[in-house]
Structure formats: C-alpha cells, structure tokens
Design a protein around this ligand. Sequence first.
Ligand code: BT5
Length: 247
Amino acid sequence: EAVEFGLDAPFEVEYHDTIPSTNDRARELADEGREDVVVLADEQTGGRGRLDRAWTAPSGGIWLSILLRPTVPPADAPAFTLAAAVATTRAAREAGVDAAIKWPNDVLVADGDGGQRKLTGILTEMEGEADRVSWVVVGIGINANVDAADLVDGATSLRAENGDVNRRVFTQRVLEEFHELRSNLDSVVPAWRDLADTLGRRVRVDTPGGEVVGEAVDIEFPGTLVVETDDGTVRVSAGDCEHLRPV
Ligand code: BT5
C-alpha cells in the first residue's frame, strides 16, 4: 500500500518513496518559510538519530518529520518531543502493541526477558532566538512493516510484535494525536506520565553535566526528569537514559 494515499491529516503532507532524511527535507522547507508540513518517506538512506548517530530506515517503515512554527520560547521545545512519544505510543497501543515511553524520547516494548526493545526514535531539531522559536522539526521514526532483523540489535517493529499495520491509518492516528497535543502543550506532561515506563525505576542518565544515578520520580514541563539520588534531588533536562535493574 502507498503510505500517502488518502492520508487525511491535520497537516500538509509531502511524500517521498526514498529520501536521505525527512528531517533534512523538513529543514529545507523551514528555510523556505513553510509551516505545518509533514515530510513522509517509505525509506531513508541517511536517517539520523541524536548526536549524529545513524538511524536505520528501510522500506516499510514510517519515517516522518513535522515542521512547526510554534509561538513558544526555545526552552519549551522538549514538550514537542514528548508529544511525539505520546502520540506514537497511543497509536501503537491501539494497534495492539504494548508500548511504553523511556525518557525522554524512546518508545519501547518489553522483550519478555526483563529487557526492552526500541520501536520508535524521535529527533527534534529547532532554530530560534532567545525568547521565540523560529521553527521546530520533530522527526519520528517508527519501525512499522519491517523485519526486526533488518534493523539494529535491540530494535523491534510493529510487524515483529503484532503483524503488519495499515501505514496510512497508523500515520494518520499519530498525526491526529500529535496535533491535539501540540495545540494544548499543557496536556503533554500528564499524558506522558500515563504512558511512561521510566517513572519509579532506577536510572542512569548520561547528561552533558555528568552522570546522574537514582530513582526517576517525576517529570515536569517541558520534559525535565526529576531524579532522587543519594545526594538529593536532581533535575535533568537532556541526556541518554538507561533503565537499571532494581537493586
Ligand atoms: C533517535 O536517536 O532515536 C532518533 C531517531 C529519529 C529517526 C527519525 S526517522 C524520521 C526523521 N528523519 C531522520 O533522519 N531522523 C528522524 P538516538 O536516541 O540517538 O538513537 C539512535 C540509536 O538507535 C542508534 O545509535 C542505534 O543504536 C539505534 N537505532 C538505529 N536505527 C534504529 C531503528 N530503526 N530502530 C531502533 N533502534 C535504532
């Protein structure tokens, strides 16, 4: 099925069979002054993760980037990443896959052996002044109708968990949910809390300011993780988070 056929989304959709990276294309559209556009591709040949990591994106997945021009300060931008995680997790659960969110932006599925596999990754990029965002690009990579063996170790797909989905329907649900959340940013954190797997767990977070280890107790707007450590409460706004086994 063609992903874009009949897609009825609250955004304009630009579809590509194959493209290096939907985030790169969305950034070009940002430079052209566009907004509320979704770039969607069947396959990416140069998909990117955070910190210049590679993102594997074979044909059959849902690889998309949403270009927004929200009237918010740059400090609020993490809320859009959380919104994307919430939207994707809801759509996955509707499709019968028991997904949950690992702070800040991974959508995971339990592997039945105490571990977790990654179903979705999110890469948010933006440009702006001190008090006002110029544009935000929210890139969402969903391993949909692909074999987990064609991805990387530690990855799973909708196909592997519960069989193929109708990508048009799935994409539409993600975009509808995302649109609701971005229209009411205050609703994002409560929704995230409900779907999170990180809260209540022992975590190790690799942050720009060093490693933080403790119990993840809460999340605060726009996406700050609150960790109880041996040395007191630490608030983390960015970093790589690892779920530790209980001690
Ligand atoms: C992410 O980075 O998880 C963000 C991924 C965002 C991808 C989307 S696809 C549409 C849009 N266009 C783009 O070019 N990017 C966005 P990070 O948290 O840094 O995780 C990256 C790591 O995930 C890699 O180093 C691999 O270990 C792993 N990985 C790579 N491909 C994967 C896949 N398909 N499924 C699961 N894990 C993967």
